[in-house]
Design a protein around this ligand. Structure first.
Ligand code: TPP
Ligand code: SF4
Length: 329
């Protein structure tokens, strides 16, 4: 049956989304905080992909960056410190049809949430993961995080931190079933957008580390990279990013890198100066856990109810049973 033209127009209108459709509460981040740029890029991506807000969910842990879901007008879950991944995995298992995003800080992901992070990489569920790496615990006012540079003076390391920083890229690239790893910086909006877009289009666990400015607690730290374009190494490839002429003129330090080459991705990831920006690794052939488990299939309302009833029955004490024992399942 064909749809009348008026209904078609109404449907088209209803399904087209503007930027405002994704803009939630007014962000409370400090002025100049890199989280603002990440939010803008993400809202643009949602608009350009015309994602249905009611079929999109942002999941976070705890931290300044984890306030992200409040600022998106989609579904959201501002969760428990370090636990964004298991929540997101549960959502994806129950509703594989949803677009799932995770926003996590370097403390949230690489410190208290590190165990969940490692296993989430291995499960390779289809979600876009944004690591807001500002190298510090921002929300709790300046404690060292695993990615803080050696010598960094903070409330927990008043004499300067003693250890080399953990590298989230090499860690992720070292885990079985890794399928997508990229690095962006909050101050090059064009690349930030393109990298988030590539991550979104990858089917699997897309891990994007974004080097994020925290002017409140590390005001000068990233200044050298902002001042000198030679300190940034842009990764280019026809299977990766293509640069606009303007960007290519400014950032002349470039390297052709095939994102299917895991060995080379690991080598590039271990370099911090110049800072690699682009897609390090992509392997679309890695299976997603939700597909291996056929998640979402057979999950009609009737099936869910039957399963739920059966589960409750297992623990029901039936009055007619001798001695009040639980009925055998
Ligand atoms: C179980 C638990 N432990 C500690 C805290 C305190 N806490 C809240 S946020 C945070 C660190 C946040 O740092 P990060 O994840 O890097 O995010 P940022 O604020 O820098 O964006 C800590 C330790 C908490 N909320 N819950
Ligand atoms: S403390 Fe740092 S991370 Fe938190 S909102 Fe301010 S600038 Fe951003």
């Amino acid at each position: 049956m064909t749809m009348p033209i008026t209904q078609c127009i109404i449907k088209l209108h209803a399904e087209h989304h503007n930027l405002e459709d994704y803009q939630g509460g007014v962000p409370r981040w400090c002025s100049g905080c890199g989280d603002n740029a990440i939010l803008t890029a993400m809202q643009r991506l949602c608009r350009d992909e015309n994602l249905s807000p009611e079929r999109t969910v942002f999941v976070s842990g705890i931290g300044c960056s984890s306030r992200f879901p409040h600022y998106m007008k989609t579904y959201g879950f501002h969760g428990i410190h370090g636990r964004a991944f298991p929540v997101a995995e549960g959502i994806k298992m129950a509703r594989p049809d949803l677009h799932v995003f995770v926003n996590t800080g370097d403390g949230d992901c690489c410190s208290i949430g590190a165990g969940h992070w490692i296993h989430a990489i291995r499960y390779n569920m289809d979600m876009t993961v944004v690591l807001h790496d500002n190298h510090v615990y921002g929300l709790t006012k300046k404690q060292a995080s695993p990615t803080s540079p050696i010598g960094f003076k903070s409330n927990t390391t008043p004499r300067g931190s003693y250890l080399e920083a953990l590298n989230p890229l090499t860690v992720t690239l070292g885990v079985q079933n890794v399928s997508f790893v990229a690095q962006a910086v909050d101050w090059i909006p064009e690349l930030l957008y393109d990298i988030l877009s590539a991550a979104f289009h990858h089917r699997g666990f897309s891990f994007v580390r974004i080097i994020q400015r925290c002017p409140e607690f590390l005001p000068k730290m990233l200044e050298p990279w902002l001042q000198d374009p030679q300190k940034t190494l842009l990764l280019t490839h026809d299977q990766g990013l293509t640069l606009s002429p303007e960007l290519a003129r400014t950032y002349t330090n470039q390297r052709a890198h095939d994102p299917s080459n895991l060995g080379e991705a690991r080598e590039i990831a271990s370099c911090e100066d110049p800072l690699p920006v682009g897609i390090l690794y992509r392997n679309p052939a890695v299976p997603c856990y939700e597909n291996l488990r056929h998640a979402g299939q057979l999950r009609t309302a009737a099936h869910i109810r039957t399963g739920f009833d059966a589960e409750l029955d297992r623990f029901t004490v039936w009055p007619q049973a001798a001695g009040g024992a639980a009925r055998a399942a």
